[in-house]
Design a protein around this ligand. Sequence first.
Ligand code: PLP
Length: 411
Amino acid sequence: MINSDNIEQLDRQDPLATYRNDFHLPSGLVYLNGNSLGAMPLKAVVRARQVVEKEWAEGLIGSMNTAGWFDLPVSLGNKIANLVGADPGEVVLTDSTGIDLYKVLSAALQLKPQRRVVVMEGSNFPTNNYMVEGLLEQLGDGYGIRYAEAGELVQAIDDDVAAVCLTHVHYKTGGILDMARITALAHAAGAAAVWDLCHSVGTMPVELNTCGVDFAVGCTYKYLNGGPGSPAMLFAAKRHHGRCRQPLTGWFGHAAPFDFDPHYHPAPDIRQMLSGTQPIVSLSIAEIGIDLMLSANLGYIRDKAMKLTSLFIEGVEALGRGNELVLVSPRIAEHRGSQVSFQHDNGYAIVRALHDRGVICDYREPGIMRFGFAPLYNSYADILHAAEILGEILKSGCWADTCYQYRETVT
Ligand SMILES: *Cc1c(COP(=O)(O)O)cnc(C)c1O
C-alpha cells in the first residue's frame, strides 16, 4: 500500500535521489512531463553562457576547430552510443527525429530494392507516419505503408516487406515492443529493422547491436534533458556504412567537406548521415543532460521507473476514484516504459485542472492523460502528491469549471 511513511522510506533509499539536485525544478510544481520536454540541468546555464559568451563571442569561427564544434555531432553520438548498446562511430546527433527517420528509412529501403512495403504501427506518433508517407510518395513506384498494431506484427511482416519501422515505447500508452523479437522477425523475413527510441533512450537499457537493429532514431529533449529542440540521435549499424545512402546529401555528409568538390562523395562513416551546419548552441547544451544520464546507472533508472509507474497506478486507484479512469498503459511494469496513461472522457479539462494545482502532465487524443516519470528527478513523494491531487480533482468535479474547457494550442 502506498502511504507517506513508505514513500519517505523509498526516497531515502533511492540510489538516484541526489540527481534531483542537478536540475532546476520550479518550486511548487510536480513535473511529470519529462516525456515531452525534460527538465533543465543546472549546469546547462553554465554551458550556455560558455558557448555563447566565450566560444561564439570571443572564439568566433575559430571555435569550429578549437572548441570542437565541428566534431560535436559525432562526439556526442559516441556518448549516446553507450546508452543504447551501439559502438563508437555508429551514432550522430543531428536534425530532428522526424528528419532522421526520413534519412534512415531511405537508406534502409535501398538495402531491399525489390521490396515496396514498410510496416508501421498506425497508432504511434503521427510525425513518423507523416514522414514515411512523404518519403514513399516521393519514391512512388508502388511503395506503400502496411499499418499493423502490436498484436498484428507477426502476420504483417512477410517477404514483401522492405523495412519494419516501429517505436520501442508507445508514446500514448507507454507499452514496450520486444525489440529483440521483432527485429529477429524482420530479419527472418528479409526486412530491415528501424526503431524509434524517443520514449526509451534514457529510461531503460537499450541494446541495439545485441538485437541486430539496422537503424534507429530518438529524441534528446525528452528523457535525456537536452533542452527544447535539441538535435535527435541517429544510429546506423556499421555494416551498412557505405552500402546505402541517405538522400539529404549536404556538405557535412561529404567525404571531404572542406575540399569544396563540386560533386558529392559520401563520407564512408557515420558522418554520411549529416547534412548541413549544425546547431552548435543546442548541441553544446544537450551534452550536459547526456553526461548526467551517462553518470547514472541505467539499471537503477529502469528499476525506479517501474516502481514510480506502479506506485502511481496503485495510488490513483487506491484513492477511490480510479474506477472513473481507464488505465491505457500495460498493468505489468515490465511491459511499460516510464509513463502511465489514463483515459477519461474529460481528460483535457482534468489535465488543465492538474496544471492549475501544480501537477504538470499532458494530454493526447482521445481523452488520454499522460504522466511521464523521469527517474533522475522525480521522487516517490512526487507520485503520491500527484495521485492525491488527481483524486481531489475527480472527487470535487472541479474540472467541469468553464475555465478548464478552453483548448490551448499545445496540449
Ligand atoms: C517526440 C517524438 C517525435 C518528435 O519528433 P520531432 O521530429 O523531434 O518533432 C517523433 N517520434 C516519436 C515517437 C516521438 O515520441
